[in-house]
Design a protein around this ligand. Structure first.
Ligand code: 5GP
Length: 194
């Protein structure tokens, strides 16, 4: 998606350790009309998949998942990272190691929101080492739902998550694919079809 690549080049900031900050339009402040364009692009890619639920993980996946689900006219379910009082114990649970934050956590989805009749599109803002996506895939496996595919806004191809998940036969569509990021801020994209 050319407009996303341009936005990343214009507003993205590269941080040490291969971290890209896109706080001005995606991760902190949200550019809503642009987000809606992202939602439409995911709809174009997955419209034939009879999606019944969009699944993401809090926090930064939620905005993209919402605009995407609006296109499909289906609900969004987001995995919670904390066991809060308003969450029942009847949950699917996946253990996730975050390389970005250097910690481990559990992602939870209440069983009432996902079941074997669902066809699920997983949405997230970034794909790096793939741990977050694999956690969501584990939740889908526990629910018996069908994983229709994964829609990612920004994939960092120089980290191996996307490759590993595609090798499992999962359809992963990333709207911007970064092949290289240098510490002095240069960002290079994988050539994609228009
Ligand atoms: P993974 O589990 O694939 O290593 O990382 C995915 C999660 O980490 C995403 O949900 C995203 O929130 C966060 N993340 C990974 N890399 C980046 C990055 O370069 N920039 C930002 N803003 N978040 C990232």
């Amino acid at each position: 998606m050319k407009s996303l690549e341009e936005k990343i080049l214009q507003d993205g900031k590269v941080f040490p350790g291969g971290v890209l900050k896109v706080g001005s339009f995606l991760n902190h402040q949200i550019d809503v009309p642009f987000m809606i364009e992202i939602g439409k692009e995911f709809y174009r890619l997955f419209k034939d998949e009879q999606i019944t639920k969009v699944l993401t993980i809090e926090t930064s996946g939620i905005a993209i998942a919402v605009v995407c689900a609006e296109q499909f006219h289906v609900p969004v379910v987001f995995a919670k990272k904390h066991q809060t009082k308003n969450l029942t114990n009847d949950c699917y649970v996946a253990h996730i190691h975050s390389y970005t934050h250097g910690n481990d956590y559990e992602a939870r989805v209440e069983k009432q929101f996902l079941n074997e009749h669902d066809r699920v599109l997983v949405i997230d803002d970034f794909l790096a080492n793939g741990a977050a996506l694999e956690g969501l895939m584990e939740i889908i496996r526990q629910s018996g739902a069908h994983l229709a595919g994964c829609g990612i806004a920004i994939e960092k191809v120089f980290q191996e998550g996307g490759k590993r998940i595609r090798e499992k036969g999962v359809r992963v569509e990333s709207l911007a694919m970064i092949s290289e990021m240098t510490d002095d801020g240069k960002i290079t994209f994988v050539e994609q079809d228009a």
